[in-house]
Design a protein around this ligand. Structure first.
Ligand code: ZN
Length: 568
């Protein structure tokens, strides 16, 4: 027994020394790698604990000596001395962020920057879909001009120039990290990087070595296509470390793997853990690439604040930790960007919309309108359409305003058993090609589900009883400008169309005459007539025939997931 213990102690001491040496080697190539000082402290404590026994046996002495040597080696590689980030401007997009949560939570970076910087409510536009809204923020143009509707959209569907096209044309390197409607990627003439967002169906990135990030997210999808193989996860971890993933992120992922095996965590815990690991990877890789590629202007978009809000707004309101963890992570990322940017650096935080509890209470809040059958009916009977759900509202994207009119006429003839129209129609002034549909009678009950028919089909083809999604988008988003040239204060209500001119002014880039908004923080440069001349020359990488990542659309509730309706 004593022999075994001695062998164990020596092994622990030796492996501490070996690990510290290995971590030091990785850290020399990637100075942000070792970010876990507590492990160094634990090694030192282990070594110190052996000291009182050291005289009684050689094993204790070896264990103590090895650990006490390993601890300072470990600590020397903790942290980095990289100096200020070379970027002029970093845009941090926090999808669905609302001041309602930020102001109520202990989020030190947001709170400090609210005082040091200029903040306001970014007022979103209808239809309130993230791909459309991020395109408006990037271009300063409404949907009727940029043409990005719904979710089945690719980079080349955008008919106008976006900020990264403008920065590139102005001679800057650009870092683009997960801005919606950025698949497929392309190269930037003056350097930088491009990692597409969650709609991307394949792991393509520029440069290609960054695709490890997307392979993690698309793991299930790729595995179905039999790309995954034994030993692949270790190789993937190695590639992630190569592009900037830190030790704390690897250890969080490893801890999650153990927890998953041992405790069989529930869905909220699982969703949150996956989102947080993804957020850590994004932060690590984005910041490492800011140093490595030194783009002048760069953006990082964060989506857990939206995804977890759709699912767990009720749990947040009741004190639950899922959404809070996402906001905390966003705050940590923001804090690190603030700390690492030089005195000339600037940060613009924007969200595409705010968030609130799903309308209605009791049974009124417990239903979802369905997309699949409706989309098939309209496409067969009127014109091909794309139907997407946002909370209790459906948005029918049609090819033209005239088609939208025909869909409205069709909806007035689509009646329930009593002969009354099943849907109320609405329109979107900024997007005349889309029609809004809400249920004329939102009091859906299990009894109605059993007996009623609409348009000749069972009611259950068009609506389901579920309490899965408890939060939904609302108009008041977030805008926060910080850094060089920012006068601290309140901006009040800022129209979404002001975001692009503000962002361009902050990046030292000229806006165009065809953008109707204005810069709200930094002074504008003289405008050019239009940047749209850049669009025909854009060449995207790879085959553009993979559609979009439908699994993500289903998980977020924008389209039906094809599973049988859950019980209310
Ligand atoms: Zn959302």
């Amino acid at each position: 027994m004593k022999k075994l213990l001695n062998a164990l102690l020596v092994a622990l001491g030796a492996s501490a020394l070996g690990t510290a040496a290995a971590v030091t080697l990785v850290d020399r190539a990637h100075p942000m790698f070792n970010d876990l000082p507590w492990i160094g402290a634990a090694i030192a404590a282990f070594g110190a604990a052996q000291l009182p026994w050291a005289r009684r046996g050689r094993a204790r002495m070896v264990a103590a000596a090895a650990s006490l040597l390993a601890a300072p080696i470990w600590m020397l590689s903790v942290g980095d001395s990289l100096g200020p980030l070379p970027a002029r401007m970093v845009i941090f997009g926090v999808d669905g962020a609302t001041w309602d949560v930020i102001d109520a939570e202990p989020l030190p970076a947001f709170h400090a920057m609210s005082v040091e910087g200029a903040r306001g409510d970014l007022i979103s536009m209808e239809p309130m879909f993230s791909p459309l809204l991020w395109t408006t923020i990037a271009s300063g143009r409404p949907v009727s001009e940029h043409g990005v509707r719904g979710f089945h959209v690719h980079s080349d569907d955008c008919k106008v120039a976006r900020w990264w096209d403008i920065a590139e044309a102005s001679g800057d390197g650009v870092g683009l990290y997960k801005w919606l409607v950025d698949y497929p990627p392309r190269t930037f003439a003056h350097g930088g990087f491009w990692v597409p967002s969650w709609l991307a169906p394949t792991p393509e990135t520029w440069p290609a070595r960054l695709s490890a990030v997307k392979e993690v997210e698309l793991a299930n999808r790729l595995r179905r296509k039999a790309v995954g193989e034994r030993g692949a996860s270790l190789a993937l971890a190695e590639r992630l470390v190569d592009v900037g993933v830190r030790l704390s992120t690897l250890s969080r992922a490893a801890a999650w793997t153990v927890e998953e095996r041992l405790t069989h965590p529930d869905e909220p815990r699982r969703n949150t853990a996956m989102q947080l690991i993804r957020g850590d990877i994004d932060r690590d890789v984005f910041i490492a690439q800011l140093y490595a590629e030194a783009p002048a202007v760069a953006s990082l978009n964060y989506y857990a604040t939206d995804g977890l809000a759709h699912l767990y707004w009720d749990r947040y309101a009741a004190g639950g930790g899922e959404l809070r963890a996402a906001y905390r992570q966003a705050d940590e990322i923001l804090g690190e960007l603030r700390r690492r940017l030089g005195p000339k650096g600037r940060i613009l935080v924007v969200s595409d919309h705010g968030f609130k509890a799903m309308d209605g209470s009791g049974t009124a809040g417990q239903f979802l309108p369905l997309t699949e059958r409706l989309s098939a009916r309209i496409s067969a009977e009127v014109v091909p359409v794309d139907v997407t759900r946002i909370g209790h509202k459906l948005v029918v994207g049609t090819p033209s305003p005239a088609d939208a009119e025909r869909v409205r006429a069709w909806a007035s003839t689509f009646t329930d058993s009593a002969g009354k129209p099943f849907y109320k129609t609405g329109d979107f002034p900024d997007d005349p090609g889309s029609v809004a549909l809400t249920l004329a009678d939102e009091q859906i009950t299990a009894d109605r589900m059993k007996i009623e028919r609409v348009g000749g089909d069972p009611l259950s083809d068009y609506v389901t009883l579920t309490a899965t999604y408890t939060g939904t988008h609302e108009q008041r988003g977030v805008i926060l400008a910080w850094g060089a040239g920012v006068t601290p204060g309140r901006l009040g209500a800022v129209p979404l169309l002001d975001a692009a001119p503000t962002l361009l002014a902050g990046g030292g880039l000229p806006a165009a005459e065809d953008m109707s908004g204005r810069a709200r923080v930094w002074p504008e440069l003289p405008r050019v007539a239009t940047w749209d001349g850049l669009v025909p020359g854009l060449r995207f990488l790879g085959a553009d025939d993979e559609g979009v990542n439908e699994d993500m659309l289903k998980a977020l509730g924008y389209v039906d997931d094809g599973k049988p309706s859950p019980k209310p």
